[in-house]
Design a protein around this ligand. Structure first.
Ligand code: GAL
Length: 645
């Protein structure tokens, strides 16, 4: 694994570049990402390019032996471009154009911006594509950041209509799919259809879901146009994009089909503060991050990148964008770096080199302080760089547990939550965390992935289940655990004709005759408390657990399990322990905060808790381990690694 950094030569006096590059190398950094916001400096006036400064910056970095990750600057179209072509701007949910003044102020569907994006991509690609120091390309920056996937512009409306025509061919099919007869919303032609915007009350959920699918496809085609140009201009280089945490606005598996590597931007403390956890959880993990959140995204992006993934931006200290922005525990930047290694990252790159004393992110830490001296993270980076040499070659293969993650499920459940707190992403994280508390390594994959080698497959919820998935699961002998609402909708977002779980009948003989959502704080007593969601199930299977009122919560064929509620920790633990044991996987219950991860013949332990942990308390054989890093005593935020047989 290599270390990298995000650098902005245009922010600093040119006289400092050489020394910056020297210090990067001295710290153990070998990759530098540049250029993603530099459009106004690359092309200060329409058609007038100023390459000289960037040529010199690249020469300085290359001379120091640094590899460059070059970016297309399309996340920040400059002012002159917006003034000339205001149709570039995305429109918000009230139908108003968003304004220039920060970043990502464009609509993915705009024809003018598509042409401009291709023009600037070609210009940068032709200039630097064959430079020997340019090792990789990043397209744009964080598609979807600041809620920018969906746009309601006239350009989006036009593109949506043609997307619908491709999908449905006949307007009658669209009317059937969307249930247009319901409130006299039938259309006579595709030209009559608008994006789902400013309706008096809720619009057809099928209309909304199709708009989300369309918006996702727009991100893919926008990205693909850049990729095609970069492949011509810069042969042999990896092309990648930096995705985000909790980012579900577009289908990342789909966009990744055009890329070589998936990368993501990891800000464990910022994400903890923004998440839906209780205040107690947030306080407990405020300087370490949630024990499963970062790992989940590592595993997700390994799946998105079909095995190849990086951390493109790693939090180095306090950030500026969460409700509160605490400093990480001393050593935490090192621990996060090693955790990425353990999950198979090829690169961990820190954001950013030096804290900027000006502009929007002046409160955001870097590896250097604003005055240019080392911030605490700088020492941790140097330390981890030498430790990586100790760890040697990193090998990660496919695991044995797969968790199915589906972007369409997210859009569908957002469109029709039915209970205010039924959040798909939260449910997924709960399944993932439960597996990790049992000491299992998890691959997060698309339902379309090849599942043949997995012994345990988790589907926290998957409202639309394809026949192919049912066939794959039916043909194998893996243990399978389905969460609530799986199979509850058709592709058009209708209730299946023979009731949920629809196609899943082939795998587990039950029918959901009624569902209820339960208000926050309400818990239906029973063997396991049912909260948030309760399905009334008809089946000949004897439930393994029920509410006191007689509703079965947990159904099991011996190979396939179905959970008819939002499972609490106890139910998840019971279901996953059974499934894992039947699958022949070793289960090791772990305490809150302690997590394991296997990487080749290396076994890592991470202590996310704010108190020390003794490995011997949880892994009796730990006293005899052949430690490569640390030992049996883990500091708060500490890490240990040993060679496992
Ligand atoms: C990311 C973004 C960076 C920077 C960073 C601050 O979302 O890609 O440009 O804004 O957040 O944490």
């Amino acid at each position: 694994m290599k270390l990298g950094v995000c650098y902005y030569p245009e922010h600093w006096p040119e006289g400092e570049w050489v020394e910056n590059a020297r210090r990067m190398r001295a710290m153990g950094i070998s990759r530098v990402r540049i250029g993603e916001f530099a459009w106004s400096r690359i092309e200060p006036d329409p058609g007038r390019f100023d390459w000289a400064w960037l040529d010199r910056a690249i020469e300085v970095l290359a001379k120091a032996g640094l590899d460059i990750v070059m970016c297309t600057p399309t996340a920040t179209p400059p002012k002159w471009l917006i003034d000339r072509h205001p149709d570039i701007l995305a429109h918000d949910v009230d139908g108003r154009p968003r304004r220039f003044g920060s970043r990502r102020h464009y609509c993915f569907s705009g024809r003018t911006y598509r042409a401009e994006s291709e023009r600037i991509t070609r210009a940068v690609g032709e200039r630097y594509g064959r430079h020997p120091a340019v090792a990789a390309w990043q397209t744009d920056n964080e598609y979807g950041c600041h809620d920018t996937v969906v746009s309601y512009s006239p350009e989006a409306a036009r593109a949506f209509r043609s997307w619908l025509e491709d999908r449905y061919k006949e307007i009658a099919s669209l009317n059937t799919a969307w249930g247009g007869v319901f409130w006299s919303q039938e259309y006579r032609s595709f030209d009559e259809v608008d994006p789902p915007l400013r309706a008096v009350t809720e619009g057809s959920p099928s209309h909304i879901l199709d708009f989300r699918r369309f918006a996702s496809d727009e991100v893919r085609s926008f990205n693909r146009a850049q990729v095609e140009i970069l492949r011509q201009c810069s042969p042999g280089r990896d092309i990648l994009h930096n995705y985000m945490g909790v980012s579900t606005g577009f289908d990342h598996f789909d966009v990744a089909k055009d890329l070589d590597v998936a990368t993501w931007d990891s800000y464990p403390l910022g994400f903890l503060e923004q998440g839906n956890w209780s205040d107690d959880v947030k306080s407990r993990f405020m300087r370490q991050g949630h024990p499963d959140f970062t790992a989940f995204h590592h595993d997700l992006y390994r799946g998105v990148g079909a095995g190849r993934w990086w951390v493109m931006e790693q939090q180095p200290g306090p950030v500026n964008w969460a409700p509160w922005n605490p400093a990480p525990l001393p050593g935490m930047v090192r621990t996060w770096t090693l955790e990425a290694y353990a999950h198979g990252a090829e690169v961990v790159s820190y954001f950013r080199w030096r804290q900027a004393p000006f502009a929007q992110e002046q409160m955001h830490a870097g590896l250097l302080r604003p005055d240019g001296s080392d911030a605490p993270a700088a020492r941790e980076v140097a330390q981890v760089a030498s430790e990586l040499e100790l760890l040697g070659e990193q090998t990660t293969g496919r695991g044995r547990v797969a968790l199915l993650f589906d972007y369409v499920a997210q859009w569908l459940l957002e469109t029709q939550p039915q209970g205010r707190d039924f959040g798909y992403f939260d449910l997924v994280l709960e399944f993932y965390a439960a597996a990790r508390r049992l000491g299992l390594d998890v691959d997060v994959v698309s339902p379309d992935a090849d599942l043949a080698d997995y012994q345990l497959i988790l589907a926290p919820s998957l409202p639309i289940v394809s026949q192919q998935l049912v066939d794959k699961l039916g043909a194998g002998d893996a243990q399978v655990v389905f969460g609530p609402r799986t199979g509850s909708r058709t592709e058009a977002m209708h209730i299946p004709a023979d009731l949920p779980p629809g196609l899943l009948h082939a795998l587990i003989p039950l029918r959901v005759s009624r569902v209820e959502s339960l208000r926050a704080g309400w818990s239906e007593p029973g063997a396991f408390p049912a909260t948030r969601w309760l399905e009334h199930v008809e089946t000949d299977l004897a439930p393994r657990a029920s509410t006191d009122s007689g509703h079965g919560l947990w159904f099991d064929t011996g190979r396939v399990q179905y959970l008819a509620t939002w499972p609490d920790e106890g139910l998840l633990e019971a279901a996953l322990t059974d499934a894992a044991s039947r699958a022949g996987l070793a289960v090791r219950p772990l305490p809150d905060g302690l997590r394991l991860r296997r990487c080749g013949d290396l076994q890592f332990a991470f202590n996310y808790a704010p108190e020390a942990a003794d490995l011997v308390d949880h892994l009796a054989e730990a006293a005899g381990f052949d430690f490569v890093l640390g030992g049996t005593q883990l500091e708060p935020g500490g890490v240990a690694a040993w060679r496992a047989s």
